[in-house]
Design a protein around this ligand. Sequence first.
Ligand code: CA
Length: 746
Amino acid sequence: MRYVILIIAALAALRTDEARAERFLVRDQAQFREATETLSPGDEVVLANGEWRDFQVLFEGRGLADRPITLRAETPGGVVLTGQSNLRLSGEYLLVSGLVFRDGHSPTDEVIAFRRDSRRTASHSRVTQVVIDRFNQPDRRTEDIWVAIYGQDNRVDHSHFEGKSNAGVTLAVIRPRGNSQPNRHRIDHNYFGPRPNLGSNGGETVRIGTSEESLSDSNSIIESNFFDRCDGEVEIVSNKSGGNIFRGNVFHESRGALVLRHGSGNLVEGNVFFGNGKAHTGGIRVINPRQTVRHNYMEGLAGTGFASAITVMNGVPDSPINRYHQVVGAVIQGNSVIDSRRITLAAGADEERSAPPVDTRFERNLIFNESGDDPFRAEGDIGGITFAGNVQNPVRQPLLQDGFQRRELDLARAANGLLYPTGAAAGAAGVPRSLQPIRREQTGVAWYPKNGTGTAAFGSGARTEVTAGASLARAVAMASSGDTIRLGPGAHFVDAPLAIGKTLTITGPAPQGEAILRFGGRTLFEIAEGGRLHLTGLTVSGDRAPRAPGNAVIRAAARPMLANYAIVIEDSRFGELDGSPDFDVVATSPSALADSIDIKGSRFERVSGAVVDARGAGEDSPLYSAEQVRISRSEFREVGAVVDLRRGGRDESTFGPIFSLTDSVVVESGRLRGASVRLSGVQVASIERNRFVDSAPIEVTHSVGTPQTLVAGNLFARTPPVVLRELYAPGPPRAVLRGNRTEAVQ
Ligand code: CA
């Protein structure tokens, strides 16, 4: 009897709740606050379509498993939060959907947070069909997190995150110190759109946990997400907790790797990596005990070292929590690694990282390289890895013998888009045919385009002409991205800096004469947000620039820029840039990153500063200002320095800077600064087939990482030999010097 009464009471309560469930359509922030003061299970708050500016949304309440409290857009994608906006959830069984964050940034250090403050988190809650598009802090060095997941049993799914270009993780599971309980979050079917190279640590797309609580399990699932050109830093995904599952994700042309950085007992299964030969595309990096890497597919990955298709690292004995725990009991099984450059075992072995992988199985993997090159490298002892049942096509000088069958393989692409050996040649090795990579359009939302960065290519637009005496400033202002401006023969004078905020080519009239460009300001071209500049066939003279130090022909704007820029100088001549000290040709800024600076077939004469000044943010800062500087077939006479390219600090999270100087001539240069070419913290440098005459030496300083410096086939006439320094690595400098000729200093 009492039991029946209880049931009736419960039903009555249920009816009352249902009766109370309401739908509120709110049209402004005051209405929203009123509607959300007391929310009951089943309630639904609907934001009216339109722009909501400077709206800090606090969504708080306690729903029930079968009757969540909902906050949604009137129609999915119809509500756009702009300006200084963000969203905090607090409580239980909350559901948010259909919002877009664009044209602004969060006033706090999170855009969406599953908590109100450190004591009030959200659990059993879900954020779905939300878009965050370029909602960046104005200064790329300011750190924030777009989606910060606290609490337990939350889900972020079918959402679209694109264009994060300031520092900080795109989506993070936060496990604060002292909070070691399992989280059981689910992160699935999201579209992680293009994220440009940050040029520093803090550019991860996903992070699960932090090192402090990494010895406990998060038990989160990250599955069926699409990572599209996520280039932020060396870790696309940084796993820092245990018991997580990474399953069925696709990584498309993303630089870096899925890194099992901290935490043990994780499963990485059925993921697909397509590199398409793009530099630094990697796969999975294994660190810590009991990791399983199974049935993953890697194709066209060009990464090496820590960004190899598969990297198994050496650990640090009795590792501190934030270093590298030894790989123990890893299972690497049934993966297909196809036309990928490298598989690195015992990676990073050195005096500190001296604990090799042990009790580890590498079995039934399929390795194929059309080139006939063996991708395997061992940087230390691999006696603790057992190889069995692997199949590889015949390669020159294979590193490994036992546990490999080598046979000719013919691959054919199956309906799922993946390559498999024809016939039964590979037996049970490699990924199963049942693997179904998630397609881009199955992730994110259907109502928001996945176009990517949409940067126009040089020369892809219209062509206009500017005759001598006409206004180049006007032509630049009127041009659309991708356009080409052709200067007529004769003198062109520019009195104020030309802001370049688009892709623009400016070309001379060759072969119909010469265009000479002069300028009366401290800068001729100022690269602004979205700017990319290509100069070709021009003559630039600095003789009319002010007699004050620090002029530049091309300068990155001092205010922070989010988009990475590019500069190409081709078949051009620069001179008379010596009327005042430190007159640079290209002056970069640490508040913006040049993806590339290319100089080809050009001549520089009498430049008091550097042709490329990329000194970054200083000796202790890892922020550098140019990823790639490439100079070829060029001539430098009486220049302060050809290049000054530096990356400071001890951060190992980036691939650059990368430098090359080839087939060029350097005469009477670098004396004032003590070096004609100064590189510091550069990761890859090649200086080949140049002539240095009556110049100051090349100076190369190595800091962290595994810098590769090659100085080969150069002639040094009355020029001191290369000066090499190691800041941290013991022993002799690691550079390769080969086939250089020296003529005596007089
Ligand atoms: Ca990192």
